[in-house]
Design a binder for this molecule. Structure first.
Ligand code: BGC
Length: 349
């Protein structure tokens, strides 16, 4: 079968190639890939900056934003042939650490977790994949190809849950949310914050184009300047850019008692060391919490399905700005400024 694979930490090694069909050791449910979303992490892996192949292998099958159709449900999954499913990304560490032991693999303490398509287990960019029944999430068939948005939605559901949990340390009635970055995670965060009833603001570099339109269609406010120039202090900021300057300004802009949730993964962009104490002082004097949030556990996948079920399908559909064939994977891995979610389609929905 065809698969998009890469030799992690080596630039320019991504290839569409023939690999053997997955073995039963990868799970009792056999799935035909329908579509796989391409995110910043996939681009980083393809650029040789991130990712780990399975032990004993040189190459890793890419892809963690999956959507597929069950071909063989196996003996005990409760799934049926033809069901649409998405695969959970992370697997617990082998210890397991206490968090992994209770199903909170997203909070793994050892860092020895594995992740499909990212860290030591093959991903979903292959014509067929297998999965353990307990890691297959059934997708509402009416979502169709939009089911591919479930993985980024799970990441957002976790981030919002974290903010809610932390907020309850004191009286907490948030009104305004700022989302920095209008990529898929940022726009899904805006959607979910809106469904939650918040006044939502989204900030991104783009001055016009589909991102701006999508934010306005949500009834949210779009900003294209810098965080420091905003004329309000948000109760929460969901930081989805991973850009140093945006992060530093967010920490200084957040309102009193407010929570900055860092959900973007970036590199570099160090701020001058003299500024770190200023940034910290602002957090201390205003009881701010700066929290990192990564990945998602089953609770978040479940919540994400609930959020997606409530969302306007036409709006969601506009998040998928490009659908590419597997043979055009190189093109899919290159971002244009107006791209939101690029999807590689392996078979008809
Ligand atoms: C994925 C997460 C993953 C993280 C770190 C993100 O792109 O969506 O599931 O935990 O990368 O590897």
């Amino acid at each position: 079968m065809k698969a998009i694979t890469v030799e992690p930490k080596k630039i320019g090694t991504a290839q569409l190639m023939d690999i053997p069909e997955p073995g039963m050791n990868e799970g009792s449910v056999l799935v035909q890939a329908v579509a796989v979303g391409v995110c910043g992490t996939d681009v980083e892996i393809a650029e040789g900056k991130y990712g780990w192949a399975p032990p004993g292998h040189a190459r890793l099958v890419l892809g963690h934003e999956s959507l597929g159709r069950v071909v063989d449900p196996g003996p005990s999954s409760g799934l049926r042939k033809g069901d649409l499913v998405v695969g959970i990304v992370r697997r617990p560490c082998s210890g397991p650490c206490p968090n992994c032991a209770v199903g909170e693999w997203d909070m793994c303490r050892t860092g020895l977790y594995t992740e499909r398509g990212i860290k030591e287990i093959h991903g979903f960019m292959s014509e067929y994949w297998r999965i353990e029944p307990e890691y297959a999430i059934k997708v509402d068939p009416s979502l169709g190809i939009l089911g591919v948005l479930l993985e980024p939605s799970s990441v957002v559901a976790k981030a919002l849950e974290q903010v809610g949990l932390i907020g309850r340390r004191s009286f907490w009635e948030p009104k305004t949310a700022l989302i920095t970055g209008a990529g898929p995670v940022g726009l899904l965060a805006a959607l979910f914050a809106k469904l939650y009833g918040l006044e939502v603001h989204v900030l991104d570099r783009m001055e016009a184009g589909p991102k701006v339109d999508l934010v306005r269609e949500l009834g949210a406010t779009y900003h294209s300047g810098s965080v420091k120039d905003l004329d309000f202090e948000p109760d929460t900021i969901i930081e989805c850019t991973g850009v140093g300057q945006v992060i530093a300004e967010s920490i200084q802009k957040i309102g009193a008692n407010g929570i900055v949730c860092l959900a973007g993964i970036g590199h570099g962009g160090a701020i001058a060391s003299s500024k770190i104490a200023d940034v910290a002082a602002s957090a201390v004097l205003r009881n701010n919490v700066i929290v990192g949030s990564v990945n998602a556990n089953k609770r978040h996948w479940y919540r994400a399905s609930q959020y997606l079920a409530k969302a306007d399908r036409k709006w969601l559909a506009k998040l998928i700005t490009r659908v590419e064939k597997p043979e055009n994977f190189m093109h899919a891995l290159k971002r244009t400024p107006d791209d939101i979610n690029v999807v590689i389609q392996f078979s008809e929905i």
